[in-house]
Design a protein around this ligand. Structure first.
Ligand code: ADP
Length: 541
């Protein structure tokens, strides 16, 4: 017997209409590429998304056309998220930090029919447009009078000219909820990038999960600043979870340095933010060096790479609770977040700290397990590590335009991470499987080595990599960038490791560099770190 309840498709258009109807006067504040601060409301955003929908319908694009975006976090990008997907088309967010050649490859692979870009990316578009064979329309996210006359880009329109004079009412189609709504490519550190194609259903279920108290705990009383970019994995789903709660929104635009972020947080009384550790490190260095405090910020989600415990402590000293999160492009991205259970509340402070530094517990909608090399399940005892597998409502089934499924027997997706899971379901990432260091048959977690170095007050960033060794296979070394004006010797840092790691896990050497190379999503690029070291040899060889 079937239930007798209504069955409404889960559609992204219903999110923006919900926010407009119930939180219509709540503000959306954006620092624009133009440099000024723009303010409007959820009602304005919905109105303009509807105008955009009309404009897209009039452009002669296919019903399932991919519309590319090259844009920072801002109100026009938000309108694209809703205007494009609401019509049944697919917003393809492109990471502007990728190599231009790779960017053109992605545009062609996605077969983008239109591409919308912030004016700061005009030089980039001028470089790639002739290689993007499927793009019929280029849209500059600017006012009509700001459109350059001689850009050399064919069929270039300004966004504002495109949507001006369009009807502000629009009947969003009642699509099948499994219709594709968004496309994001992985950064392709190993081989060509691969596209994760999200659906209305997967994004809405992900948003429901993201706002839960054991996840991001978002509400209409929050002022949310997504620092994590809307050009990568939907800014961790915040464009959807923010509409679902009707919270105030603060978009930082292109200015992501510590000073700009701090000033915007204070000016707009941001309560919640989300970003990767490298960005927060810059914010913390600014706040600490100037002796500042936060007057409104009370929590932040940190993920994308391991959040060092020292960073959690530094934020706690400033009155900000860090929620450590793990996810990936293929998981929309949220898989696990670290919050305490009732029974954990009575633990000694250092035990709680240890738990909160883990990548966290899965949220309902995602299952996690670890397996060995033969595919056998491994125990969740907190010490056995294995290949981390995921399945669930917003986990990838197959990459875009790939014949082969990305999942193995039983619907599990191979994350490529190595992890432990404890009996209370707290998962901890040891390493990306390709970064694991094997020394004398034992594994050394590069994340552990990095986290300890990051706990030293002189260290700005640290990467641990394995170097070939004839006897041990590999030995770890720490590659370290110091904070401005800080002093630290190799011997001092090696001594700092004593008592914190087993002797054989302590790096053999420390190499100081000016800066650690970062990839397109703010993660350390270990391949580049290796290149920087040239023909480096371990001290005992
Ligand atoms: P890419 O596009 O580079 O594949 P993703 O943004 O999808 O990037 O990154 C996913 C990977 O990032 C995960 O598989 C994991 O290795 C790493 N990662 C994400 N969050 C964390 C975290 N909190 N701790 C450690 N590693 C993390």
């Amino acid at each position: 017997m079937l239930g007798l309840m209504q069955n409404q498709p889960l559609l992204q258009s219903s999110l923006i209409e919900f926010a407009a109807a119930n939180h219509g006067d709540t503000e959306i504040v954006s620092r624009r590429v133009e440099g000024d601060i723009h303010r409007y409301t959820w009602a304005d955003a919905a109105r303009r998304a509807r105008q955009l929908a009309h404009a897209l319908d009039g452009m002669g694009l296919a019903a399932d056309a991919r519309v590319g975006t090259l844009a920072w976090n801002g109100y026009r990008h938000l309108e694209l998220y809703y205007g494009v997907s609401g019509t049944g088309r697919i917003i393809h967010t492109i990471n502007p930090r990728l190599h231009p050649e790779q960017m053109a490859w992605i545009v062609n692979h996605a077969e983008d029919e239109a591409l919308c870009f912030d004016m700061s990316f005009l030089p980039l578009v001028q470089q790639i447009h002739s290689h993007c064979t499927t793009v019929k329309r280029w849209v500059a996210l600017c006012d009509a009078d700001k459109l350059p006359a001689d850009s050399g880009i064919p069929n270039l329109t300004s966004y504002e000219a495109l949507i001006a004079n369009q009807n502000t009412a629009y009947d969003w189609p009642q699509l099948d909820e499994n219709t594709a709504s968004g496309l994001c490519y992985t950064s392709g550190t190993t081989g060509n990038p691969k596209g994760a194609l999200y659906s209305h259903r997967s994004n809405i279920l992900h948003a429901y999960a993201a706002v839960m108290p054991d996840a991001m705990a978002l509400s209409s009383r929050d002022a949310v600043m997504p620092v994590v970019p809307m050009f990568h994995v939907n800014a961790w789903g915040t464009p959807f979870s923010m509409a679902m709660t009707g919270c105030k929104v603060v978009f930082p635009g292109p200015q992501l340095d510590g000073k700009s972020l701090y000033e915007l947080i204070e000016a707009e009384q941001v309560t919640f933010s989300a970003g990767v550790p490298t960005i927060w490190q810059m914010l913390l260095m600014h706040v600490q060096s100037k002796g500042l405090r936060f007057s409104s910020l009370n929590r932040t989600v940190i993920g994308g790479s391991a959040c060092p415990p020292a960073m959690i402590d530094a934020f706690a000293d400033l009155g900000v609770r860090v929620i450590h999160a793990w996810g990936m492009t293929e998981l929309s991205p949220l898989g696990a977040l670290s919050t305490l259970k009732l029974k954990n509340e009575s633990l000694p402070a250092d035990e709680k700290r240890r738990l909160l530094a883990k990548q966290g517990r899965p949220i309902f909608g995602v299952d996690l397990k670890i397996i060995d090399e033969n595919g056998e399940d491994l125990p969740h005892d907190g010490t056995t590590y294995g290949n981390l597998m995921a399945r669930g409502n917003w986990v990838i089934e197959r990459y875009f335009r790939f014949d082969k499924s990305a999942v193995i027997d039983g619907g599990w997706f191979h994350t490529g991470d190595v992890a432990t899971i404890d009996p209370d379901a707290f998962m901890q990432i040891t390493d990306r499987s390709k970064d694991v260091i094997k020394s004398g048959g034992e594994w050394i977690s590069s994340i552990d080595v990095e986290n300890i170095a990051m706990g030293h007050p002189a260290v700005a960033m640290a990467a641990c990599i394995g170097m070939p060794h004839p006897k041990w296979d590999e030995r770890p070394i720490a590659v370290v960038a110091l904070k401005p004006d800080a002093q630290l010797t190799r011997e001092e840092l090696l001594a700092f490791y004593e008592g914190k790691l087993a002797k054989w896990q302590i790096p053999d050497d420390v190499v100081f560099v000016d800066a650690i190379p970062l990839g397109a999503t703010g993660k350390m690029l270990k391949i580049k770190v290796r290149q920087m070291l040239g023909d480096y040899k371990l001290p005992d060889l």
